[in-house]
Design a protein around this ligand. Structure first.
Ligand code: NAP
Length: 348
């Protein structure tokens, strides 16, 4: 069943905005989402229903929200909306919760997850994003996460190729002599809580003239913006972090892609295997890098429970171990190499 998003027509006096514009609706449709809008939802901002080519229209509010997985509104909807929504659905809207106790009580009673957009913290990099942009992004993140997570225990299928383990020190030395390294972090980095060791590795590589960039997938980790927050808190400069759309074309020119505890968000089956449950999902194109190293502890699957053909590719090597231990070994290997190189002139 495709995910269904319902967009309400605003009812508060003076509120003319609409929660989704046609270009965003088109993007959501490409993710396989059904979008239903309340008739004339965009009329006040000169977006007539016919401007929304990718949406269906429903006049009556109850019929609109009754089977929606996600409901979008600009400002706090009437209590009747919470009553009409299906139990367990998601509401994404400005709510001003402290001024709307009755609405909050109904949402709680109906087990509705509410993202009050006025309370969503913004990292300084995202200050330019207004609440509506953040809201559309959040809705998109849920769609992708739900699609990737919709298949627990899915079967592996036959994998071509074989897993090829290498030592952490060998991978580190390859990176030390690379021109560009793109790092794709995932849930395993958060689980290992090893951002500081990673930062140490990044600084060592940069000191050797390696260009290091981070590829941030919108649903890497377990919550929207997880990797952004994790890396920002660890002090990584923002100019090292790139969104999926910004970085994907660069993998083909990268000497090394270093995958740290990521799995679903780098699974090429999403691009190549129509039979895969995650087919059509946007992924980081790490498989296009010249050489790939994947840090993970063993043969554990990702959140979606599907096997990852990336790990069997000719240009991919596995660096097995907890991310903290592996990164510590990589740092050690690069430091030791530096010490050996420093000694050479003395001996000569
Ligand atoms: P993932 O697919 O869950 O894969 C994480 C990988 O990390 C696992 O394969 C695991 O393999 C490895 N790992 C775990 N602990 C580790 C450690 N201590 N050291 C090294 N590796 C470790 O993660 P992802 O690629 O980030 O994808 C996120 C998934 O979560 C997506 O399916 C997404 O849809 C879903 N999701 C995201 C959100 C969100 O909002 N971001 C919300 C809900 C669900 P081993 O066991 O072999 O180590």
């Amino acid at each position: 069943m495709p995910i269904r998003i319902a967009v309400l027509r605003e009812t508060r006096s003076g509120e003319r905005r609409v929660a989704l514009v046609p270009s965003v609706v088109a993007k959501m449709r490409r993710l396989g989402v059904d979008i239903a809008m309340q008739s004339s939802a965009g009329a006040a901002v000169k977006l007539p229903d016919k401007a929304y080519k990718d949406a269906t229209f429903v006049a009556e509010m109850r019929a609109l929200v009754a089977d929606a997985d996600i409901v979008l509104a600009v400002t706090a909807p009437p209590v009747a909306v919470a009553e009409a929504m299906k139990e367990g659905a998601i509401l994404i809207s400005i709510v001003y919760a402290e001024k709307e106790p009755e609405l909050v009580a109904r949402l709680r009673a109906r087990k509705i997850t509410c993202f009050a957009m006025e309370r969503v913290p913004r990292i300084s990099r995202a200050q330019a994003m207004d609440a509506l942009t953040s809201q559309a992004t959040l809705a998109g993140v849920f769609v992708v996460a739900a699609r990737m997570g919709a298949v627990p225990g899915a079967e592996a299928g036959e994998m071509k190729g074989r897993l090829k383990p290498v030592e952490a020190s060998d991978a580190a030395i390859t990176m030390r002599y690379a021109g560009t390294v793109i790092i794709a972090p995932g849930y395993g980095l958060a689980a290992a809580q090893t951002q500081q060791k990673l930062y140490e590795l990044v600084k060592l590589l940069q000191a050797e003239g390696v260009t290091v960039k981070f590829a941030i997938h919108p649903v890497a980790g377990r919550m929207p913006g997880h990797m952004d927050v994790l890396l920002a808190e660890a002090g990584f400069p923002y100019d090292l972090l790139f969104e999926l759309d910004e970085i994907n074309a660069e993998f083909k020119n990268a000497d090394v892609a270093l995958v740290i505890g990521a799995n679903d968000v780098v699974n090429p089956a999403a691009r190549t295997n129509k039979a895969s449950p995650i087919y059509g999902m946007p992924i980081l194109n790490v498989d296009q890098a010249h050489q790939i190293y994947v840090i993970k502890r063993g043969q554990g699957r990702g959140y979606a429970g599907v096997e990852n053909e990336l790990f069997y590719a000719d240009n991919c090597n596995m660096v097995y171990g907890d991310a903290q231990a592996v990164l510590a070994k990589m740092v050690q290997a690069i430091k030791e190499l530096g010490e050996q190189e420093a000694k050479v002139p003395e001996a000569a």
